[in-house]
Design a protein around this ligand. Structure first.
Ligand code: PGA
Length: 254
């Protein structure tokens, strides 16, 4: 019933030439992706315009990795929703743990960005997740609950239908150590339960919740088979067309 959404977060990799090569590879592979899967690529800002042109007419969707909470103005180095839309972006990743950790993004700021994206027709992929210390301290659910409540504050039910949540345990990002399918499923079910409480069960049943953190072709199928895991946000393994395709082709219809 929910679509599987596999998004590739390129982070700060790939110049224009390298981007073109990867985009062509993903585009070719996506032609044989299962019909229940939506494939999204999120290149760096400098490659978005090129990606928008290369992906025109292809089923591969385009996303950005961040966005300003402002419309426009004297905000040196920032990128607005309007700029993103003009390149063909439909999605935008917000509140990635690297943005939280290195650039001080808070739930309140991520919430402003999410509202700005939704008000202007972009689909936010909002990231949440606990650190290793928090998991070991037994407070994963508490942390994720606080994050979800903060980032979704004031978002209406119709807007919530266009939000994707990415659960990304910080300790699993770029470490090669993924959460086990059972660990991930447990938190995904808690997130869906919370969305059900904050909005409604029927809405919670529609929301796509992705898992992220060391997703690879060889662990994707098992993760994606879990009841409440509706996709993946992929870092390292999306930088080669073959390994990214290995992930989106391993999603079975549920
Ligand atoms: P990873 O990154 O797949 O390299 O762990 C995931 C992410 O940061 O979204």
């Amino acid at each position: 019933m929910r679509k599987t959404v596999i998004a590739g977060n390129w982070k700060m990799f790939k110049d224009l030439k390298e981007s073109e090569e990867l985009l062509q590879g993903v585009k070719a592979q996506a032609a044989s992706a299962p019909s229940s899967v939506t494939v999204v690529v999120c290149p760096p800002f400098t490659s978005l315009s090129l990606a928008g042109s290369l992906l025109k007419g292809s089923p591969v969707k385009l996303g950005a990795q961040n966005m300003s909470e402002h419309d426009e103005g004297a905000f040196t180095g920032e990128i607005s929703w309007k700029m993103l839309k003009s390149t063909g972006c439909e999605y935008v990743i917000l509140g990635h743990s690297e943005r939280r950790q290195y650039y001080g993004e808070t739930d309140a700021k991520i919430n402003l960005k999410a509202k700005k994206a939704l008000a202007n027709g972009l689909l936010p992929i909002i990231c949440v997740g606990e650190t290793l210390k928090e998991r070991e301290g037994g407070i994963t659910e508490q942390i994720v609950t606080t994050q979800i409540k903060g980032v979704l504050d004031g978002i209406s039910a119709p807007d919530m239908e266009r939000v994707t949540i990415a659960y990304e345990p910080v300790w699993a990002i770029g470490t090669g150590k993924n959460a086990t399918p059972a660990q991930a499923q447990e938190v995904h079910a808690q997130i869906r339960g919370l969305i059900s409480k904050l909005f409604s069960k029927s809405l919670a049943d529609k929301v796509v919740i992705q898992y992220g953190g060391s997703v690879k072709p060889d662990n994707a199928a098992e993760l994606l088979a879990q009841t409440d895991i509706d996709g993946a946000l992929v870092g390292g393994a999306c930088l080669k067309a073959d390994s990214f395709a290995g992930i989106f082709k391993s999603a079975k219809k549920k």
